[in-house]
Structure formats: C-alpha cells, structure tokens
Design a protein around this ligand. Structure first.
Ligand code: HEM
Length: 393
C-alpha cells in the first residue's frame, strides 16, 4: 500500500476519494495513517461490526478535534466556558439513553412527516431564477427547518451558519494555529449563545431548550448537546442537498423523469447518493479492549476512522457500486447514517428534505442544467465532503 501518498485532507482525496477507498478496501482494510494516528477501517463488514458493538468500539472520540488545538486557542475556548461532555454521538455512558429519547421526541416519524409541505414551501420561496442552488437553497433551508422542528425561534440564521461551519472546520479540519484562533472565536460565540438560551428557558415550554431544563440536564451537558445537534442537524443536510442536486443534474434523463413526477424516484435518488457520496464520509470510534478486524490485531485505545464513504461502494455488498442506479436492490443497506445504538436520529428528516427539495426543483425547472460539467469546488474535512457551489443555468 502506498501509505506515503494518502492524504485525508489532500485536494485529490477530496475531489474523488473512491480510488483510494477502493485500494484501502482491497489492499489494507485496516490501515494505520501516520499523519492523523487513526486506523482507517474501510470494508463494509468491519465498519458495521464496529458500529454494532459500542462496548468494544466506544464513541468517546467522535467529537475530538482531529488537528490538536493549540494552547492559546484552548484558552479562548475555556474563557467561553466551552466544553463537549458526553451527550449523544460521543456518549458511551448510561446518560445516553435518556438524552437520546429526549431528542427523538422532536423527530418522531409523525412530526417529521408533518413538515413535508413546509419544506416544499421554503424551497419554492427560494427558487426565483436559480444560479447557485447551494447558496440559494441548500445552505440555509435545513437550518430554518431544524429550528422549526426544535421549536427554536428568534434565530439569526446567517450567524448560526457562520458559527456552525467554523465549528466543523475547527474539529474536523486541518487549520493553522492562526486559523484555529478565528474559528474558536466563532465556536465560543455559538456556545455562549446556547448557554444563555438554556439559562433563560423555562421548563414549561415546548422547545428543545425547555425540554432539556425539564429533563434536569445540567447546563454544561445541555449546551454540549445543543452545540452538536444544531450543527449535525443542519450542516449535514446542507451537504446532502448540494451533493444530491449536483449528482442528479449530471443525469439529465433522471432529471426529466423527476420533472414528470415519477413516483418514488426522488427518494431512490436520495438513497443512491447517500450510498455512493455520503456527506458524512467517516466517523470515529476507539477500542476499549484488544480486538481484531479483517485479521489485523488492534490494541485497547486504538482510535479508528470508519470510512463510511467507502462502505457504500464495497462490491461485496453493492453490485457495480460505481454506477448511479436509483432504486437498486438493497439500496438502504448503506451506512451513511451509522448503525446500531448511535444511529442518526435525524435520518428521516434528512431523507424527507432531500426528497422534497429534489422533487420541487425538478418539477419547477425541468430544463435546469449544471453551468459546467467540471467537478465543483468541494468542502473537504475529515468527516464531511460536499460541493460548495452548484452553479446552474
Ligand atoms: C444527510 C444528513 C445526515 C447524515 C449523513 C447524518 C449522519 C450521521 C452519522 C454517520 C451519525 C453517527 C451514527 C453512529 O455513530 O452510528 C449520526 C448521528 C447523529 N445524527 Fe445525523 N446525519 C444527518 C442528519 C441529521 C439530522 C437532520 C439530525 C437532527 C435533526 C441528526 C442528528 C443526529 C444525532 C442526534 C446523532 C447522534 C445519535 C446518538 O449518538 O444517539 N443528523 N448522524
């Protein structure tokens, strides 16, 4: 395996990770990356086995900054009272069940389904003369939807987006110390805003902050949970929408069938994009005891990078994985939303947003085309990958 050339933050890997992911799966399915210290696990069966066993493969490192944060920047965060104690994705303790149940109450299938018309309305409002579907549609729509789902009002959406994109880069990017400082200022402002909203919440309200207070969640835990949820619940869907629109517009025949209203096709396209180009490309776990994966022995305490994006193209599970084939058999077996105890709580909402947006845009603009066949500029973080623009004509 050509270890020296693998750069998880490199332009080549971001532009198209599939050649490297294919090589990893076949030549080195459990591969130590010296640059990050992570063990890259790339086969579907291994990734699923790790996700299915949260005792041996703990989630404690899910939100750890991959690029160590410098001391002066840690002081900026500490002054803001910033901390990410175990709450949801990074919680292997027994407080996880109660907090997960609390958040799941906002995302029941019935509550999510009730948002279908609202998502279509928000989409219509944003589509006058489309020029960049990322800036006009994908960037803000999931944030507006999430705030309404969680009952949170009086939100400055552009500010929240700036805070959350900065947070993604701080924890999953490879920023210089100077850049870390800028990002930490935004992350701290976000955390301070959340803490103030939680302190001001009354236990009788029907919004997320009130529910956390009524649950008796300490402010530090509540702020950490909201920090994760308000980022995870909309940045990932922004990424899904941009990827989805970019990918499907590359198949004009499929676009026309969507414009004609073919039943089930929009949902099938969402699944196919999640399988092949998932927005959450990797997720971390840490071993609690010595384990073996694909014949490789790992000690206790080994940090793993589960290559979700590679699992959707594992030929042992998906035939002809490189072809775009909406409606393929077993399409929903992908691991784009994880698996097991920490399975994504927002999968239903993200799927609905993808489906409604795709359907609405295609019906309204059946002749829409990408402005250029060239690959778009991409967001390329350790765990997140998506187009930063979807220019159309
Ligand atoms: C396309 C969009 C999304 C993708 C690809 C995605 C992906 C993921 C992944 C890979 C995990 C880790 C699962 C595991 O460890 O097994 C996760 C966890 C989670 N996601 Fe999502 N997600 C998306 C949208 C959302 C939305 C819209 C919400 C909320 C409204 C959300 C809330 C959560 C929560 C709360 C967890 C932690 C669950 C737990 O630890 O119990 N996600 N997501």
């Amino acid at each position: 395996m050509r270890t020296s050339q693998l750069d998880l933050f490199g332009a080549d890997f971001t532009a198209d990770p599939h050649p490297e992911l294919r090589r990893l799966r076949s030549e080195s399915p459990v591969h130590h990356d010296p640059a990050t210290g992570l063990w890259l696990v790339s086969r579907y069966a291994d990734v699923r086995a790790a996700l299915a066993d949260p005792e041996a493969f703990r989630p404690d490192n899910a939100l750890t900054a991959v690029t160590p944060i410098s001391r002066p920047v840690l002081r900026v965060l500490a002054r803001a009272g910033f901390s990410l104690p175990p709450t949801l994705a990074n919680n292997g303790t027994d407080t996880h069940t109660g907090l997960r149940r609390l958040v799941a109450g906002f995302l029941t299938p019935a509550r999510v389904a009730a948002f279908e018309d609202r998502i279509a309305e928000l989409c219509e409002e944003r589509l006058r003369t489309p020029a960049d579907l990322h800036a006009e549609l994908a960037r803000d729509l999931p944030c507006v939807v999430l705030m309404e789902v969680l009952g949170i009002s009086d939100v400055d959406v552009p500010a929240l987006k700036a805070w959350s994109t900065a947070s993604l880069e701080l924890f999953w990017g490879n920023p210089s110390p100077e850049r870390q400082h800028e990002l930490a200022v935004d992350a701290s402002a976000f955390h301070r805003w959340l803490t103030a909203r939680i302190r001001a919440a009354s236990p009788g309200g029907d919004d997320l902050f009130s529910a956390l207070v009524a649950h008796g969640t300490p402010v530090r835990e509540a702020a950490g949970l909201c920090y994760f949820l308000l980022i995870a619940g909309q940045e990932t869907t922004t990424q899904l929408l941009s990827t989805l629109l970019d990918r499907v517009l590359r198949h004009p025949d499929v676009w026309l069938r969507l414009a004609d209203g073919e039943p089930g096709l929009a949902a099938a396209c969402v699944e196919e994009v999640l399988r092949r180009e998932p927005p959450v490309t990797t997720w971390r776990r840490v071993t609690s005891r010595p384990v073996a994966l694909s014949g490789v022995d790992l000690p206790a305490g080994a940090p793993l990078l589960l290559m979700l994006a590679g699992t959707g193209s594992d030929p042992d599970v998906f035939a002809e994985p490189e072809s775009f084939c909406p409606g393929r058999p077993g399409a929903r077996k992908h691991l784009a939303f994880g698996y097991g105890r920490h399975f994504c709580l927002g999968a239903g909402l993200a799927r609905l947003e993808g489906e409604v947006v795709l359907r609405t845009v295609a019906r309204r603009f059946p002749d829409l085309r990408l402005a250029s066949p060239e690959p778009p500029p991409m967001l390329g973080l350790l765990s997140f990958r998506a187009p930063l623009g979807v220019a159309v004509v």
